[in-house]
Design a protein around this ligand. Structure first.
Ligand code: ADP
Ligand code: MG
Length: 684
């Protein structure tokens, strides 16, 4: 390794030596034997005994020790699923919920979706027979709406607690509360790291059950100088390992789908050039939107002589354990929500990871034997630039969604909610103000009829408001199509490197006046006309899988519309009505062109740009609504539509004043007839 500078592994990395289990031997073991080889297995009886004794238990154990896959099975054997009672286990990530459920179903000899199932947003793979249910933390949160005491569960496992996602943090407060009046309910809080003390304190000093880890030494290497292009550096490192190092698979941490696709293409190109000079390199990506049939590729055993490289988001940090990894490449970044409560601007930003994350990542190399971790940053940067721990999501995200949910659960006093770490005051206030402007809360901060309906939809408040507003504009059919396409929006168009021109032309052929939402609707409608043809997708550079997913989401939204008693109405030719409905939900996301020809957000005058892929990139209308912001080199608006400023007064009279919407043309805006925004929302 040319650039790498070796520093000796710390004491902690060195762990105690244990005999290595060779991969081939392991493959021979039956599933049963594999289960028995997991670190948690010797503690099975003790664990069950502890559960009998205590209502709440904190479980701490190294990633891969068997917490997620084994504990629910132990509970099943111990009789916790009698009379159809369920064991529920939450996961912060949808991919983990799906993959773990599949594994457990296989281990238990059940068909996935029967006794063992999973539930993630827009996809319920459970049945009446389900007794072990994996689900995202967000889905369990939603279950409180229909069943506030979660009576169907005998045990709840809040897994991956150390991830501290927003939904997990809210769950902590809620499950702690129901445990008080449901003494029969058992709670397990499971964590991969050393935060157990903090969880224990929060849960009234609940006992901590530690599963001793099995960890082999991992040597850590740093680069001598910072890397300018970490994707390229990661690709180079993979090839160097592949050509110079003995057997063992590689795990690379990247920040998202786009990076993973780029790295995949680069690796394919470069290995092709090297041809038969090198051994086979199997490239296996894993990220949230990867179709489920491709996800299992990461778990397939590597054939003798070959090497596997897994390109993963931080899902592979602790949520999924991949056996056989001996080399970890860690560029030191992840994608994080970043929210500015002052401006209400939220975007996904590539951010340096914390030391805790870096150490978790390194640990993935030492699970079954000694390994190596290559950090694509300097030892100095590790020591001086990385934070100790990742900031909990609740302190850096928009709270609109959970505030609406908590209000629907009748929790009005949010300030005194039992938070493990409370969100910043101004973020809470802003969430309440936004919900008020959307009409979900009244001036006393109470849920309105509209708000109650909005809470039925498992989507952001702006999106649910858009959907509900479609009733007024008689275009609910178009709007749910758009909403479902937006939910998969970044994976609709396929753009292979060797056919960029063709792909772009195909995409541009779908453009319709009005903007990107209308274009997405056009794609969906045309696909529907072909009878959902795969061939048509292929010819038009559309990802068929994403379309199928959009169709599933759309079906669910249609069902939810029925539940809130909104008729399906259609108004396909009237894009003004459609765009007004969108504006009714997304009026917060308005940008206007200033005199210099630059776009600024209306309320806070932040500079933003139209994404080059947008159909409006050249038209550049004066007033725009954007769906989301992505920060790369600049703040880009992704998915935009053209609007008229007068619509803003029509749909959001509480929020906009005529004066701030004057466009300099001398045309006077109509008088604002709505009530003006008052200070009452600050009361909660
Ligand atoms: P923990 O939750 O403690 O991190 P898990 O229960 O997730 O541990 O993993 C235990 C074992 O099960 C690991 O060896 C892992 O590789 C294996 N495993 C988990 N999911 C799958 C899967 N979908 N396919 C194959 N093996 C899996
Ligand atoms: Mg786990």
């Amino acid at each position: 390794f040319v650039q790498a500078l070796q520093i000796p592994g710390t004491k902690k990395d060195k762990g105690k030596k244990e005999p290595e289990i060779s991969e081939t031997e392991k493959k021979k073991m039956s599933l049963e034997e594999t289960k028995k080889s997991l670190p948690i297995y010797p503690f099975k009886d003790d664990l069950i005994a502890a559960m009998e004794q205590f209502q709440v238990l904190i479980i701490e154990g190294e990633t891969g020790s068997g917490k997620t896959t084994q504990i629910p099975q132990y509970l099943y054997e111990a009789g916790y699923c009698k009379k159809g009672m369920k064991v529920g286990c939450t996961q912060p990530r949808r991919v983990a919920a799906m993959s773990v459920a599949a594994r457990v179903a296989e281990e238990m000899g059940f068909k996935l979706g029967n006794e063992v199932g999973y539930s993630i947003r827009f996809e319920d793979c459970t049945s009446e027979r389900t007794i072990i249910k994996y689900m995202t933390d967000g889905m369990l949160l939603r279950e409180f709406l229909s069943e506030p005491d979660l009576a169907a569960y005998s045990v709840l496992i809040v897994d991956e607690a150390h991830e501290r996602t927003l939904h997990t943090d809210i769950l902590f407060g809620l499950v702690k509360d129901i445990a008080r009046f449901r003494p029969d309910l058992k709670l397990l809080i499971s964590s991969a790291t050393l935060d157990a003390e903090k969880f224990s304190q929060f849960f009234d000093d609940a006992p901590v059950f530690r599963i001793p880890g099995r960890r082999f030494p991992v040597d850590i290497y740093y680069t001598k100088a910072p890397e300018a292009d970490y994707i390229d550096a990661a690709v180079v490192s993979v090839l160097q390992i592949h050509c110079t190092q003995p057997d063992g698979d590689i795990l690379v941490f990247l920040t998202g789908q786009e990076e993973i696709e780029t790295a995949t293409e680069m690796l394919q190109e470069r290995t092709k050039k090297l041809g038969s000079k090198i051994r086979e390199l199997i490239i296996a990506p894993i990220y949230a939107n990867l179709p489920s049939d491709l996800q299992s590729k990461i778990f397939e055993p590597t054939p003798p002589g070959a090497r596997k490289v897994v390109l993963a988001t931080n899902i592979a940090e602790t949520s999924l354990t991949i056996d056989g990894i001996k080399f970890v490449i860690d560029p030191g970044f992840c994608k994080q929500n970043s929210y500015n409560a002052r401006t209400g601007m939220e975007s996904l930003v590539v951010t340096p990871i914390s030391k805790a994350s870096a150490n978790q990542r390194a640990g993935r190399a030492g699970r079954t034997s000694a390994g190596k971790c290559f950090r694509l940053y300097t030892a100095w940067a590790y020591k001086n630039e990385l934070e100790e721990n990742t900031i909990p999501e609740i302190q850096r995200t928009n709270l609109g969604n959970v505030v609406l949910l908590l209000k629907s659960l009748g929790i009005n006093d949010l300030i005194h909610f039992d938070f493990m770490d409370p969100p910043p005051h101004e973020t809470l206030v802003l969430a309440l103000e936004q919900l008020y402007a959307l009409g979900a809360l009244n001036h006393k901060g109470e849920l309105t009829k509209l708000g109650r309906k909005m809470a039925e939809f498992p989507v952001d408040p702006m999106l649910s408001k858009m959907i509900l507003a479609s009733e007024k504009y008689k275009c609910s059919k178009e709007i749910i199509t758009i909403a479902s396409m937006l939910s998969v929006n970044n994976s609709i168009f396929y753009r292979p490197k060797d056919k960029v021109v063709h792909a772009d032309t195909a995409r541009q052929n779908f453009f319709l006046p009005g903007g990107d939402h209308i274009t997405l609707m056009n794609v969906y409608n045309q696909w529907e006309e072909t009878g959902h043809s795969t061939q048509w997708c292929y010819e038009n550079f559309i990802q068929h899988r994403s379309m199928k997913r959009a169709r599933d989401v759309r079906d669910q939204l249609e069902g939810l519309l029925e539940r809130v008693e909104i008729e399906l109405t259609t108004n396909p030719m009237d894009t003004v009505a459609i765009r007004k409905a969108i504006t009714a939900g997304f009026f917060y996301h308005t940008a206007r062109m200033d005199k210099g020809g630059n776009y600024k957000t209306v309320k806070y005058h932040q500079t933003v740009m139209i994404h080059p892929n947008s159909s409006l990139f050249e038209d550049r209308p004066k007033w725009l609504i954007y769906h989301e912001l992505v920060f790369t080199t600049k703040e880009f608006m992704r998915q935009v539509i053209e609007i008229e400023n007068s619509w803003l007064l029509e749909v959001a009279p509480h929020y906009y004043k005529a004066k701030e919407l004057e466009d300099g043309s001398g045309r006077k805006m109509p008088k604002n007839t709505g009530k003006s925004r008052d200070e009452v929302t600050r009361k909660y």
